[in-house]
Design a protein around this ligand. Structure first.
Ligand code: CA
Length: 432
């Protein structure tokens, strides 16, 4: 990979020239949200770039799409499909490369550089997509196994369907927020005394507020209602990926989920990292799903293709006093189902996937105790303290806690990462 002429691009940045993730920014000079890419500690403002006279010569694929980077979301760009995303990303890499073939287009154009290359500190990040639907899966094998074992014992840890299909449910898109948005502790029906019969719920703030470390995937091109997406074609329907924290209120979830599944315990908030890492940027980090010993239905069979990614994932918890502890490190390779399989299964009965829809993997946990992607697992069902710096402990989240999730892969100088997926817990609204 060539080096970049952009100043201050550290070898450890998640936003190397090998990445070029897309996002939506605003600044005091241009307060209307619009498209940008991240490079080191800077962003390249694509709206400013596209206002330049030579833009359509440099990006011929966008000739029929004027103003595509002035829109408040990336949906229109996502809908152009993977060959266009690939071409645009390659051209941006060339413009930012020290050996660019078009120095006049940006590198040697001081006026345009001044306008388009901004410090990340001076821009505000927004939700990158207009998200129509959100579907959350349960593809993290070690998470499904250890949570199942907590509730049903190791013999019955996995439900009989688990190895036959990617289990999922329809989530709530309206409460997906961009990294940095504060998260208010939800109020809900909880059972305070689990031994009392009959069960008597109380309406109160959740006492078991948790995180779920996931990878999210945005849909680019849609399928028509009544048609399905083949597992072998599904990658062409993927725009890119984000880190996703599917905040969960375990006590609300435990009482409400029978028989239809999660509801208020999940629908109050989901945080995503701000930059969409394009599918092509993650290509070098492909790996195979965890071995599934069950013969698959043909529509799910990928013939052991490398269709998931080995991304190093990390979760930090920062106490209200400011002490930060890494509570989990794991990898996105611990999945039994890939996004192409989730997409093939989701659309099997003719459900239309639409541009901007997001799919979550479900909690990603590794096999060892320090690789768990939820506090439910780290605290063994709320029975064991998770030790933190500053002589503090947690089983679930307290008001004022901040959770930071990160994902990164690649060598120094060529790293591909997502940027932080951050949320701080605010106190619940008092119950009347
Ligand atoms: Ca989840």
């Amino acid at each position: 990979m060539a080096s970049t002429w952009v100043p201050d691009v550290s070898p450890d940045t998640p936003f190397s020239l090998a990445n070029i993730p897309f996002g939506i920014v605003s600044s005091s000079a241009d307060p209307a949200p619009h498209a940008a890419i991240a490079i080191g500690i800077h962003v390249l403002d694509l709206k400013a770039l596209s206002s330049h006279a030579t833009f359509h010569d440099v990006f011929p694929a966008l000739k029929n799409h004027p103003g595509i980077f002035s829109k408040p979301t990336l949906n229109e760009f996502a809908a152009l499909g993977r060959p266009v995303h690939r071409e645009i990303r390659k051209t941006i890499q060339d413009l930012l490369s020290s050996e660019t073939s078009r120095p006049e287009a940006l590198k040697d154009n001081a006026e345009l550089r001044e306008k388009a290359l901004l410090s990340q500190r001076n821009v505000k990040m927004h939700l990158p997509m207009n998200i129509g639907d959100y579907t959350d899966f349960y593809a993290g094998f070690h998470h499904a196994y250890s949570v199942g074992a907590l509730f049903r014992g190791p013999q019955k840890a996995l439900q009989p369907n688990y190895t036959h299909l990617p289990v999922g449910y329809h989530g709530r898109a309206s409460s997906i927020v961009v990294s940095g948005t504060p998260i208010k502790r939800p109020v809900g029906q909880i059972i305070i005394d689990p031994t009392a019969e009959p069960k008597q719920p109380t309406t109160a703030p959740s006492r078991r507020l948790d995180i779920e470390l996931e990878l999210g995937c945005f849909i680019s091109t849609p399928n028509e209602m009544g048609s399905s997406i083949k597992v072998t074609d599904a990658e062409d329907h993927i725009f890119g990926y984000v880190i996703l924290n599917d905040w969960s209120a375990r006590d609300i979830q435990t009482w409400e989920y029978i028989p239809l599944g999660p509801f208020n315990g999940k629908n109050f908030a989901t945080t995503i990292s701000p930059w969409v890492v394009l599918a092509d940027a993650l290509d070098p980090f492909r790996t195979k799903c965890l071995d599934n010993w069950t013969p698959l239905q043909p529509y799910l069979n990928e013939n052991k293709k490398e269709s998931i990614f080995d991304i190093e994932l990390q979760v930090d918890l920062i106490t209200p006093q400011g002490d930060a502890t890494t509570i989990s490190t794991t990898s996105s390779k611990y999945l039994m189902w890939s996004f192409p399989q989730m997409i093939a299964h989701h659309s099997l009965g003719g459900c239309p996937m639409r541009t901007g829809d997001i799919l979550g993997t479900g909690t990603i946990s590794g096999p060892t105790p320090n690789e768990k992607g939820s506090l439910l697992e780290l605290s063994e069902g709320g029975k064991k303290d998770v030790m933190l710096y500053g002589m503090d402990v947690r089983r679930f989240l307290k008001d004022g806690d901040t959770v930071v999730m990160r994902g990164i892969c690649g060598k120094p100088g060529e790293k591909v990462g997502f940027g932080d997926c951050v949320g701080r817990i605010l106190a619940a609204t008092p119950v009347q």
